[in-house]
Design a protein around this ligand. Structure first.
Ligand SMILES: C[S@@+](CC[C@H](N)C(=O)[O-])C[C@H]1O[C@@H](n2cnc3c(N)ncnc32)[C@H](O)[C@@H]1O
Length: 98
């Protein structure tokens, strides 16, 4: 993350605000999430979409962060534990996904 934004928190915030958050919001608007839904984000990366989904779903929702990169999953799962947040391979999730 720091490398991506030249290690400058101001650049990171600018890119997030002007570029990435609008994309995230469009994706999540189209997903038409409902309270209590479970979202599987395959290729969750550092969680741009997944954390946004977690916020929208509220306490009854659940988001599974799936990524081939263990580093990304460690970032998503790092303490403090986030309620409604799981990590794992997409193929290992047994529940039906809408
Ligand atoms: C461009 S990033 C997107 C991250 C995130 N979805 C976002 O919107 O910011 C693509 C992610 O897909 C992951 N990825 C690539 N191939 C994958 C695979 N076969 N299974 C799961 N994740 C994969 C990469 O590790 C990377 O974190």
């Amino acid at each position: 993350m720091d490398v991506r934004f030249a290690g400058d928190p101001a650049v990171r915030e600018q890119v997030l605000t002007e570029l990435l958050y609008p994309v995230r919001d469009t994706v999540l608007d189209k997903a038409k999430l409902r309270p209590g839904d479970t979202v599987l984000d395959v290729g969750a990366g550092d969680g741009l979409i997944a954390f946004g989904a977690l916020e929208r779903l509220g306490p009854s929702g659940h988001v599974i962060f799936s990524d081939i990169s263990r580093t990304c999953l460690i970032t998503a799962a790092r303490p403090p534990p986030r309620k409604g947040c799981s990590t794992g391979a997409a193929s290992s999730w047994p529940r039906p996904i809408r």
